[in-house]
Design a protein around this ligand. Sequence first.
Ligand code: SF4
Length: 323
Amino acid sequence: MAETLLEVRGLRTYFPVLSKLLRRPVGQVRAVDGIDLTLAAGEVLGIVGESGSGKTTAGKSILRLIEPTEGKILFESRDITHLSQSAMMPLRRRMQIVFQDPMSSLNPRMTIGRILAAPFEIHRVARGVEKRDRVADLLRLVGLPAEAAQRYPHEFSGGQRQRVGIARALALHPRLLIGDEPVSALDASIQAQIINLLKRLQGELGLTYILISHNLGVVSHICDRVAVMYLGRIVECGPREALFFDPKHPYTTALLAAVPSPEPRRGRARTVLGGDMPSPAHPPSGCAFHPRCPQAMARCVQEAPTITMLPGGHSVACHLYPG
Ligand code: SF4
């Protein structure tokens, strides 16, 4: 049985809402509102949901780039929830992130060589010739020429810059890589290249991924399992095939309907998602999806659904599936 690399229990990340005048707390934004996840070594988990669903905050909270309010994070069986930032430092080598916008995450005043050398310098793992060789290896690994080390981020295309972002994340041989919308800022053809690159690297290096995306289509080719988030909670989670071909939650069905099909005539029944995502500062009563759900019942307004486990490792939080 594969090693459990990451375990997340009851993770909550709330942000205070401050009054305009006195800057006193007057409420809270429940960005992540009690999520549970288990990730085996070598697994690829997709976290999907619309903008505002809390998926990026969840990813950053898992890495402790944002401090969680409540819950537990175990990495390699070690509870890292309350580790100090200095105690987190050696662990950061093994837990890395690739950001959405490669241009804003790369320092425009630094050459690619200096950007890729920075992790070796910060963690004091290589110097001189060894450092240069390792930068060249990283460039080769992500399909960029060695000369790229002398150039600046603005001299590259968006796809090439994202390759640099991925190379930087891989510098210290991480085990867990979180991709926060890693291809959203790229053209469709380039998206496919970067997804293929991530897939190849995962196979070659035995990486474990969490890929965060608002687009189910993006994660469809690479993920083993997919978790669907809505307003800070996971509403459905399951193996990729189950989730794509037999979705249970009405929100997942609506997200899938928004994925363009190569065969539109044979496409899925169209479920157009009406309305906007409610504010996480004022979540609706009962099931948070009820104001937009075409199958909402009276019970949905009153009572929040709990997780129902279905066969095959599939789970859903919806009153249509009583536990
Ligand atoms: Fe729709 Fe009710 Fe299920 Fe929520 S619990 S998704 S409102 S049917």
